[in-house]
Design a protein around this ligand. Structure first.
Ligand SMILES: [Mg+2]
Length: 265
């Protein structure tokens, strides 16, 4: 979950601006660098589990509390937040996959994880691809953190269980360099998995994802979510990330780690 938030903040300033250079700074002090909708929704999903309330209720609470994040919300999601009686809108945007990470940590059974990921997605992203994107990311986190599969087995396991073909990095970079914006689960999820597979450590994974351009914050969010389940995150990156977050989000992160350590004692 923290990996997702770190990726979101690092990717934030490149989502709608010039492509990143190879030696880009991870964090900057300007107004474009900060948490976006990815972090708000990630915190909302974690908070729903911690408080035992419906995912929809928590998403609405958090997103209404933070109505104008950097980069804004997607159009369909923004309408959903502001509806009196919000209904799912058959989305397969990458929003279901970018917010799901806490489920991969706070549930310890494969079937529970599939079920919870589905529930977290379908209040908005009830298209089969929207649900699948969330299920794949949560499952991959669970598999990697519990060493059920090795990094070498990821590509085969993802294809077998979720049907995603993971394209080579050079193809992803080529499409990104042409200005393509990967806003849907079917692109961002397999692309983020490739960014993780090519990486040597956590920071490297985030850098590879941001350099792929397109939807940089969400690609780095999903890559970071997966990478966190496999690598140690450097303390300096965690400390810097915390400096961008408001107290209410930090409190949820605290409770998340407390719950995880109690459940896995
Ligand atoms: Mg975003």
């Amino acid at each position: 979950m923290l990996g997702a938030i770190i990726g979101d903040i690092i990717g934030s300033r490149f989502e709608f601006s010039a492509p990143p250079r190879k030696d880009f700074k991870l964090f900057t002090e300007d107004a474009e660098c900060g948490f976006t909708d990815d972090t708000i929704c990630t915190v909302a999903i974690a908070d729903a589990i911690l408080k035992n309330i419906p995912y929809q209720e928590s998403l609405l609470n958090w997103c209404r509390k933070y109505p104008n994040p950097i980069g804004g919300y997607g159009v369909g999601f923004n309408d959903w937040i502001n509806e009196k009686n919000p209904q799912p809108y058959n989305s397969f945007g990458n929003g279901s996959a970018m917010r799901v990470s806490a489920i991969g940590w706070l549930f310890n059974d494969y079937h529970d994880i599939l079920q919870q990921a589905k529930l977290s997605a379908e209040c908005t992203h009830n298209h089969p691809e929207g649900i699948k994107g969330a299920q794949c990311v949560a499952t991959l986190i669970y598999w990697l953190r519990t060493c059920r599969i090795t990094k070498d087995e990821v590509e085969h396991a993802v294809k077998k269980n979720f049907g995603y073909e993971i394209p080579p990095l050079k193809d992803i970079y080529k499409i990104g360099s042409e200005g393509h914006f990967d806003g849907i689960c079917q692109e961002t999820v397999p692309w983020a998995i490739r960014c993780f597979l090519e990486s040597q450590n956590f920071e490297d994974a985030i850098r590879i994802a941001v350099l792929a351009d397109g939807d940089t914050d969400t690609k780095a969010d999903i890559t970071g979510a997966i990478a966190e389940a496999f690598y140690e995150i450097p303390d300096t990156m965690i400390e810097k990330t915390f400096s961008y977050l408001p107290k209410d989000m930090l409190a949820v992160i605290d409770q998340f780690f407390e719950r995880f350590s109690t459940d896995n004692r």
